[in-house]
Design a protein around this ligand. Structure first.
Ligand code: ATP
Length: 284
């Protein structure tokens, strides 16, 4: 019985750690530590004392390094614990202020992108699909707007005559949080032959798994979707709608759907799927 409680508590701890972060690199680190932990337990069990000694030291070093690197996540975790906000720890999605990503927001995005594409107006949009992105992931946050999302607003922002058109727009649920956001550029070999707007989209999605980017090319008017560091292009507006509907479905207030999506979300975090990066399409 004691053993069952022990294992359950460890599993709960792993769940909380995975739930804490939406950042891909953080998840990889947590997996690394879990791997070291398992290797240490196995080496102890089969009596490989020297290997066990080295793994133990490595684990201590990794734990200290992780505490330093994950300072913001740990602080958030301890704050919630201190507030007694245990429910939000068990149900990370509930920590979001509003869970409804309305169909009308999807319509606004698709309509804006269609028009930007037809007019060959370059655009870069970040769509959050999970926990809010840690601002440290941006090179420059840009100008905070926190405005209601509309196609007119998106189209206006990307007009080359506006001060905000350079950089990306950050969207959360049905709001435009910021514009003129400068993103880290991807330096993957495959991305070098791609322009900076597309590389910026790949760069942020490489670092943060809880978002995807929509890119409209100024040169060709083509629409691209960047996700997990990969680039899918050209995509049609119908495909864009499909992606938005699938990715944002998690925030619709349908209880059954939300429960299923939570398991899907956790599965996505644990599975190797997030480790596999999609091949980017080189520029024609
Ligand atoms: N790091 C960045 N973060 C956000 N936006 C960026 C970044 N770098 C470039 N951009 C945007 O991309 C624009 C330049 O696009 P560039 O022509 O180099 O890229 P591209 O991928 O070839 O796109 P396009 O097909 O539209 O020409 C800049 O004016 C700016 O708005």
């Amino acid at each position: 019985m004691q053993r069952v409680i022990d294992v359950s508590l460890v599993l709960l701890l792993v769940y909380l750690m995975l739930a804490l972060s939406s950042d891909r690199r953080t998840l990889l680190m947590i997996r690394g530590i879990i791997f070291l932990l398992l290797a240490s337990i196995i080496s102890n069990r089969i009596g490989l004392s020297l290997l066990n000694f080295v793994l133990d030291k490595l684990l201590v070093g990794a734990a200290v390094a992780m505490a330093v690197i994950l300072q913001p996540e740990l602080r958030r975790f301890l704050e919630r614990l201190g507030r007694g906000d245990l429910l939000s720890l068990l149900h990370p999605m509930q920590s979001r202020p509003a869970e409804v990503e309305s169909d009308s927001a999807i319509d606004e995005i698709v309509d804006a992108v269609k028009e930007l594409s037809q007019n060959r107006t370059g655009a870069l949009m970040i769509v959050e699909t999970g926990e809010p992105i840690d601002e440290h992931n941006f090179s420059v946050l840009g100008v905070r707007l926190n405005a209601v999302l509309s196609k007119e607003l998106l189209q206006t922002i990307f007009q080359t005559t506006t001060l905000l058109h350079d950089g990306a727009v950050l969207m959360r649920e049905d709001r435009v949080i910021a514009a003129g956001v400068i993103l880290p550029i991807s330096d993957r070999a495959a991305s070098r032959e791609i322009g900076t707007r597309h590389r910026a989209a790949m760069g942020i999605t490489e670092r943060v798994s809880s978002c995807f980017c929509i890119v409209v090319s100024e040169e060709t008017g083509s629409i691209a979707i960047a996700e997990n560091g990969g680039l899918d292009r050209p995509v049609t507006s119908a495909r864009l709608r499909e992606v938005l509907e699938t990715k944002l479905a998690a925030y619709r207030p349908v209880n059954l759907g939300r429960t299923v999506s939570r398991f899907g979300w956790l599965w996505e975090k644990i599975s190797l799927k997030t480790l596999v990066t999609r091949k980017s399409t080189p520029r024609k």
